[in-house]
Design a protein around this ligand. Structure first.
Ligand SMILES: [Zn+2]
Length: 262
């Protein structure tokens, strides 16, 4: 499915790693859901400069494999926190696809659903437990395959959304490279994206299925492209244009560029 869009970003181009990997020793992999902003904020605990955040639908490691490997090969990451959560829309998609034969786009099936084929579950809660264990194993395997399994600490934190303060959902989602400035400031200072879903990866191609989930399935009609510099801006813009040509993103979406400026 990665071939459906022409990526403007190549892993061989190291500039993005140089930008974000300065002293960043922690990686958080979490869901795009707007409700878990505070939980991520708590995990960062004021040490924004040390964190890289990757978020997609369901804290799905499968999609982020190449980006994670790209990062760990840079050598800076010492700890990975995996943060899936309860009442997750991504797990509802998986559940309805495999238990109720609901049909989804091929890119969603391949990126998200397929990995749960053959797993034994009878409720959403059971599926969420499976997801937590499976994504943890996915990271462990990825680290072992790249011979860094013993040098990087992996922690799984399951976020119970019932215990969280709810922001008002505002119908928008944010696409950006992993945030290199203060992550918590995104929620605290930029009012217009508070309550938004957040998608971050080193390669925007990783997020093709998640863009469709956010737009078509969650129903978010406003997309903010959040950039820190001109290179990021150009890359995000090019990607959106190529997605439009490939009809991956429906045409009824409003796109706005937004500089981080934090
Ligand atoms: Zn979720």
């Amino acid at each position: 499915m990665r071939n459906q869009v022409n990526s403007a970003f190549l892993y061989d181009e190291k500039w993005i790693f140089r930008i974000i990997m300065n002293d960043k020793t922690n990686l958080i992999i979490s869901c795009m859901d707007y409700r878990i902003q505070d939980a991520i904020d708590d995990a960062i605990d004021g040490n924004d400069e040390k964190f890289v955040i990757m978020r997609n639908a369901g804290a799905n490691v499968k999609e982020l494999r190449n980006s994670i490997v790209g990062m760990i090969k840079q050598g800076g990451v010492k700890r990975i926190k995996l943060m899936p959560h309860s009442d997750c829309a991504a797990m509802k998609i998986v559940y309805s696809a495999l238990k109720e034969n609901k049909h989804y786009d091929a890119v969603i099936y391949e990126s998200l659903v397929e990995q749960f084929n053959g797993k034994n579950f009878n409720s959403l809660k059971e599926l969420e437990i499976i997801n937590r264990a499976m994504q943890y194993d996915n990271i462990k395997n990825l680290l072992d395959e790249n011979n860094v399994g013993k040098s990087i600490e992996v922690e799984s934190i399951f976020v119970n959304t019932e215990k969280l303060r709810y922001y008002q959902r505002n119908g928008s989602f944010v696409l950006s490279f992993p945030v290199s400035a203060k992550y918590s400031d995104l929620f605290n200072k930029i009012g217009k994206i508070r309550g938004s879903y957040f998608l971050h990866s080193l390669d925007i191609d990783d997020l093709a299925a998640d863009m469709i989930i956010a737009n078509k399935l969650v129903g978010l009609k406003k997309l903010f492209l959040l950039y820190a510099n001109e290179e990021e801006k150009e890359t995000l813009n090019e990607h959106i244009e190529s997605m439009k040509k490939g009809n991956i993103l429906v045409s009824d979406i409003a796109v706005e560029m937004l500089q981080k400026g934090l």
